[in-house]
Each structure stands twice: as structure tokens, then as C-alpha cells.
Ligand binder design. Structure first.
Ligand code: NDP
Length: 265
């Protein structure tokens, strides 16, 4: 039997085992997927091999730090500098990032040319690089300067919160990739957001499970709104395709089925 796990801290809230185990069962694959509370980064590789894992997902707060435990990193994860999926190939650990494609699948049919990302953490990096890969112009705004350096070095236009109104271009989508919505706080002052929304078509918030003030405000200004629920779904589909080497179409059918049942709340 193959074994997969999701590592993070905290981890008890993770719905990944339900999603993955349902699809593995439906496909008749002899495999299980478990949660693992990772309290320290020490000896991660030893832990991975001693558990007999064939693959793993990595969530907060280890997406950036565990990249060092991989023998090889493939695809866009190299640019992002963060992984959320590890696949074992013989004695090697291969790192991938499926958050980026998980985000992009939500908006691929929206004809977006310019994006504004609020926040400069790990998920902002993933979103910035996948949008850039699709020739979308990306600007980043963050409350503090430190995390903006990475984006500046990679050629993105960056702003501190207080400077954002000097942004002089049309914006098709505003993406809240800060953690503000966890506390139902706005990532920018309301009047600043209202100003930005007045020239924008879509508002996206990475949070899921309950409507946040960011998307409520956007709705009141008649924007199309998208939350992070489907990003979670699509990143899981892409990760499972890497784990079991089965095409995404087949996985999608069953993953959507269970996703609709549990609604990830
Ligand atoms: P990080 O901790 O790496 O980054 C958080 C960012 O938010 C930083 O830029 C931080 O600013 C900013 N920030 C935090 N609080 C506030 C606030 N009150 N006002 C304004 N800015 C704030 O987190 P991640 O990038 O990994 O995740 C961000 C959010 O996205 C989380 O809520 C996470 O749950 C969600 N997420 C959802 C996914 C999905 O599948 N739907 C996938 C990944 C993440 P500073 O740099 O100044 O500290």
C-alpha cells in the first residue's frame, strides 16, 4: 500500500485527507493519505523515508523552508522559491508547486491583462509568477517593505500600502493574498480599496469557507468576486496527478464530487 501525507502546523483543520482518500478509493488505488503535525524541520527527510511515504503535501508554515529538503525542484516552484508537493522518485525527493496552477485555473477564461496582488507572502509569490508566465502584468502592494524585495528583484512593480494610489494603470483583477481576511479585516483602508475597485472587474480573496469583508465590499461595488475554495480544489487535483500519475480529468471528476459534499468548510 502506498502512503501519502500532508505536513503542516497547525494541521488538524486540513481537509486534504478527505479529498485525496475519496479519490484514491474511487479509483481503486491501494493507497492512504494522512495528516501529520510537523513540529520541527529537523530530519524531515529521515521522517519522510521512515514513514514509507510515496509523496506529501506541504502547508503553512513550511512551504518555503522545506524546499531545501528536496533533491530536485521542478517547474515554477524554482522561481517561486516554495513547494507544496513532494513526490518520491526512488531515493530522491522532487519538489513541485501546485498552488500556482490552482490559482490560475480560476481565472484562465477571464481575459486578464493587469493584476494587482495585495500581500507579499508565499501565496503572493506563487500567484505573481503564474500570472507573469501567462504574460499578465503584475503589481504587488504590501504593508511592509521587507517582503517586497523579492518581487523587486524579480522585476515586478511594487508599492507600499500608502503608495498604492499612485499606481497609474488599469487593473482587471485585485487579489487579496494577505492573511487579513482570517480576522475579517480589510487588507487596505476602505476608501483606498473603494478607489481601486472602482476601476476593476474582479476581486479575488484566497480565503474560503466564509464571506469576508474584502469580497463583500467588492460585491457592493458590483465586481465579480471569487474566493479561495476552488484554488484549494485545483491545487489538490494537480498534486494527486503527480502522486499517482493518472490524468487530471479522471481525478477531477471524483475530487469535485467529494468537494461538493464537504464544501471545505
Ligand atoms: P504569508 O504569511 O506568507 O503572507 C501573509 C501576507 O499578508 C504578508 O504579505 C503580510 O504582510 C500580509 N498581511 C498579514 N496580515 C495583514 C493585514 N491584517 N493587513 C494587511 N496585510 C496583512 O501567508 P501566505 O501567503 O502563505 O497565505 C496568505 C493567505 O492565503 C492565508 O490566509 C492562507 O490561508 C491563504 N491561502 C489560501 C490558499 C488556497 O488554496 N485557497 C493557498 C495558500 C494560501 P507583511 O509582509 O507585512 O507581514
Amino acid at each position: 500500500m502506498k502512503l501519502f501525507a500532508v505536513f503542516g502546523n497547525p494541521i488538524s483543520h486540513s481537509k486534504s485527507p478527505i479529498l485525496h482518500n475519496y479519490v484514491l478509493y474511487k479509483l481503486g488505488i491501494d493507497a492512504r493519505y494522512i495528516r501529520y503535525l510537523l513540529e520541527s524541520l529537523d530530519n524531515f527527510r529521515d521522517l519522510f523515508f521512515s514513514m514509507g511515504l510515496s509523496g506529501a503535501n506541504i502547508t503553512l508554515p513550511y512551504k518555503e523552508s522545506l524546499i531545501k529538503s528536496c533533491d530536485e525542484v521542478r517547474g515554477i516552484a524554482n522561481e517561486i522559491g516554495a513547494i507544496n508537493t513532494i513526490v518520491r522518485e526512488d531515493s530522491k525527493l522532487i519538489g513541485y508547486n501546485t498552488d500556482a496552477i490552482g490559482f490560475y485555473k480560476n481565472i484562465e477564461n477571464e481575459n486578464i491583462k493587469n493584476a494587482l496582488i495585495l500581500g507579499a507572502g508565499g501565496s503572493a509569490r506563487a500567484i505573481a509568477f503564474i500570472l507573469k508566465e501567462h504574460n499578465i502584468d503584475v503589481s504587488i502592494v504590501n504593508r511592509s517593505a521587507k517582503n517586497l524585495d523579492f518581487f523587486k528583484q524579480n522585476g515586478f512593480q511594487t508599492f507600499l500600502n500608502k503608495e498604492v494610489l499612485s499606481l497609474d494603470k488599469n487593473i482587471d483583477i485585485v487579489i487579496n493574498a494577505t492573511s487579513s481576511s482570517i480576522n475579517n479585516a480589510l487588507p487596505l483602508e476602505q476608501t483606498t480599496l473603494e478607489n481601486i475597485f472602482s476601476g476593476t472587474k474582479i476581486a479575488f480573496d484566497l480565503m474560503y469557507g466564509k464571506e469576508c469583508e474584502f469580497l463583500s465590499l467588492a460585491k457592493r461595488q458590483n465586481l465579480k468576486t471569487i474566493d479561495g475554495e476552488k484554488m484549494l480544489l485545483y491545487q489538490a487535483i494537480a498534486a494527486l496527478a503527480l502522486f499517482i500519475k493518472i490524468d487530471e480529468k479522471t481525478i477531477t471528476k471524483y475530487m469535485c464530487e467529494i468537494f461538493d459534499i464537504i464544501k471545505c468548510k
